[in-house]
Ligand binder design. Structure first.
Ligand SMILES: C[S@@+](CC[C@H](N)C(=O)[O-])C[C@H]1O[C@@H](n2cnc3c(N)ncnc32)[C@H](O)[C@@H]1O
Length: 240
């Protein structure tokens, strides 16, 4: 079996496991992640690994998990949350609908929910909802449980929901007043990034906010109908 054929088979297993299209990810990222699996199962390259995937369904699950890295935390990038609370507090909207796109195990969605709940308590927000989504069902199971060490399930849990969504697929979503899509696009090549940006910008309500991760920027082609409102927080507003 040639190396190219072996990669094709590995990619097919990735896609059928629900991890999305590996061809849209950055090749260097996929290679680094695959090398970890080669070492773990004791093979030297893609041919041996493709054979291993043929034999071992559990390894197929591990392969999917190896590319859907769920690194996250509550209030990741602390200045963002203070900034966001300030923006929401002064902007009138009957209902704030937030979306944490690529939420992993949900900490980002629950962080947004806690900001909204605090603003609602001080009457600066009337009504709100938060949706968290991810491609990885295992991450979502943890997100839906909402049980994090040292944190009780909050009283506003019924305002938070989770669903599986592949951001590289085109389908109607939203509208949302706030979309957080942080630390997802960094793993994708140009075509994957373009598809994800299209998904999240099309889901924004007019005037809605999009926040990217600290290492992520919109291409400066002005094609997305967004303006930069805060460079440090990677926050953009939909203007069209
Ligand atoms: C590093 S985590 C980011 C979590 C959170 N947004 C944060 O910044 O803390 C990246 C997440 O993106 C998800 N992901 C990867 N490809 C995706 C896709 N095509 N659609 C939706 N989510 C995807 C992964 O499963 C993973 O949970």
């Amino acid at each position: 079996m040639s190396v190219a054929t072996a990669f094709d088979r590995i990619h097919q297993y990735l896609e059928s496991s629900g991890a999305g299209s590996a061809r849209l990810l950055k090749p260097g990222f996929v290679e680094r992640r695959l090398r970890i699996r080669y070492r773990a199962v004791g093979v030297t390259g893609p041919e041996g690994y493709a054979d291993c995937l043929d034999r071992d369904p559990e390894e197929r699950t591990r392969l999917a998990a190896t590319v859907t890295l769920g690194v996250t935390s509550f209030f990741r990038d602390p200045t963002l949350w203070r900034w966001l609370a300030g923006v929401v507090a002064v902007a009138p909207a009957a209902c704030w609908r937030g979306w944490s796109a690529g939420t992993a195990t949900g900490e980002e969605a629950w962080s947004l929910a806690s900001v909204m709940a605090a603003l609602a308590e001080s009457s600066r927000v009337d009504d709100w909802r938060v949706l968290g989504s991810d491609i990885d069902e295992t991450h979502l199971e943890a997100a839906r449980r909402g049980q994090y060490p040292g944190r009780p399930i909050p009283a506003y849990a019924d305002r938070v929901s989770f669903e599986r969504d592949d951001l590289t697929e085109s389908r109607p979503r939203g509208p949302f007043e706030i979309v957080l899509c942080r630390n997802v696009m960094i793993y994708f090549g140009p075509e994957g990034q373009r598809r994800i940006l299209e998904s999240v910008t099309r889901a924004l309500a007019p005037g809605g906010l999009l926040v990217l991760g600290k290492a992520e920027f919109l291409p400066a082609d002005g094609k997305h109908g967004l303006i930069l409102v805060d460079r440090t927080e990677r926050a953009y507003r939909r203007v069209t």
